[in-house]
Design a protein around this ligand. Structure first.
Ligand SMILES: Cc1cc2nc3c(=O)[nH]c(=O)nc-3n(C[C@H](O)[C@H](O)[C@H](O)COP(=O)(O)O)c2cc1C
Length: 178
């Protein structure tokens, strides 16, 4: 089973990065976890794509998405929606039309945000874009608000919430989902 982790923040060690790390921390050894650095992708340009000019990172990203059984997708809230980095990744994976690697991939959406309510918008907007792209976002998503207070050195301060996150990843990888 292959799980691809996508973090829609360029801030290594940021809250969404830490959320992604926590989500996969307790997975059994047979789950192959890989991460793709979304900051290596160019902004999507369909003309450049049609002419084969998008570059090697796009090819590598599409191959990683195609190879994954499931995807963990995290994004911060930027001005009330998902980050440009996160949205761009969806756009890149949604093409080429007719052979888009994101199609039918189960996705768990997770977000760590500052403001209460921002999480719902990130989840709704990510779900909408992923669904239109052809992915299969899980009905349940995971969020923490007031991220500055939610984390401690060990992970999430609330261990029930941490287990909830890890349970959702287990659901994502369950045969019924994948
Ligand atoms: C351009 C920009 C816009 C932001 N807009 C929001 C917002 O609408 N809601 C919110 O809760 N936080 C907002 N934030 C704060 C982010 O949640 C915060 O920077 C967060 O730490 C980013 O996640 P990361 O640590 O995973 O990089 C914004 C930050 C930036 C840089």
């Amino acid at each position: 089973m292959k799980l691809l982790v996508l973090v829609g923040s360029t801030h290594a060690g940021g809250y969404n990065d830490r959320l992604a790390e926590l989500a996969v921390r307790e997975l059994p050894a047979e789950v192959e976890v890989s991460r793709f650095d979304l900051s290596t992708l160019p902004f999507y340009d369909e003309v450049a794509d049609a002419e084969g000019r998008l570059g090697a990172s796009v090819d590598a990203f599409r191959a990683a998405v195609a190879d994954a059984d499931a995807i963990l997708f995290t994004s911060p809230a930027y001005n009330g929606t998902l980050s440009a980095v996160a949205k761009n990744a969806i756009d890149v994976a949604s093409r080429p039309r007719g052979n888009a690697p994101i199609v039918d991939k189960p996705v768990l959406i997770a977000t760590a945000v500052y403001t209460k309510g921002a999480d719902e918008r990130v989840i709704d907007h990510a779900r909408l874009a992923l669904t239109i792209a052809g992915a299969k976002p899980l009905e349940r998503a995971f969020s923490v608000t007031e991220h500055f207070a939610a984390f401690d050195e060990s992970g999430l301060a609330d261990k029930d919430r941490e287990r909830e996150l890890q349970g959702l990843v287990a659901d994502l990888l369950s045969p019924a989902t994948v």
